[in-house]
Design a protein around this ligand. Structure first.
Ligand SMILES: [Cu+2]
Length: 183
């Protein structure tokens, strides 16, 4: 019991020390998990403390392809950069890598979804999602038939089993009868 108490205190001290020493992401534009409905230009990452000039970030799309970012700047605790070209609708990741004032490198990922109501981009995903639904449906149908087949196989297996048992009982009965008749 005493040991657990000391370990708890040690853990709390260690944990609070880390919180005090390290920096961390305070907020971002776009925010983690957000859906953005307008074209993105400037990316802003705000940290809890000052960060080193070498701090940087990259943006990747859902196919892990990187998106061109220019003019990455560090000012005190703020890291900014501009997306060069307009982005297609989809999910993106901002992969940041910074060094805090205490010299510790840190990294993290911010996920966001771009969903601008542009006609050309809005039509495509709709047909895609319908196709996806169809393929999901046919998948579940395939699963169902597979289950049916399995069931049938099991059924036929048990039928074979029952027949074997019946034949054995008959054979045993016949053997017993002939033995009895001989006596
Ligand atoms: Cu640190």
């Amino acid at each position: 019991m005493k040991k657990i108490g000391w370990m708890t205190i040690a853990f709390i001290l260690l944990f609070s020390n880390n919180v005090l020493a390290h920096t961390g992401l305070e907020s971002s534009t776009p925010a983690q998990g957000s859906t953005v409905t307008e074209q993105i230009n400037e990316i802003t990452l705000t940290y809890l403390t000052k960060i080193e000039e070498t701090s940087s970030f990259t943006i990747t799309n859902s196919s892990e392809e990187s998106v061109e970012v220019e003019g990455i700047t560090v000012s005190e605790n703020v890291l900014t950069g501009n997306v060069k070209d307009s982005l297609e609708n989809g999910s993106y990741k901002i992969n940041w890598k910074i060094i805090g004032t205490d010299g510790h490198p840190m990294e993290g990922v911010i996920d966001f979804v771009l969903d601008t109501p542009e006609e050309t981009e809005a039509v495509e995903p709709t047909t895609e999602s319908i196709n996806e639904e169809e393929s999901i449906q046919s998948d579940s149908e395939q699963v169902e038939t597979a289950v049916d087949e399995e069931q049938e196989e099991k059924n036929s297996n048990s039928t074979v089993g029952i027949i074997i048992v019946l034949v054995m009982i008959l054979a045993l009965a016949a053997w017993w009868m002939t033995r009895r008749n001989k006596k």
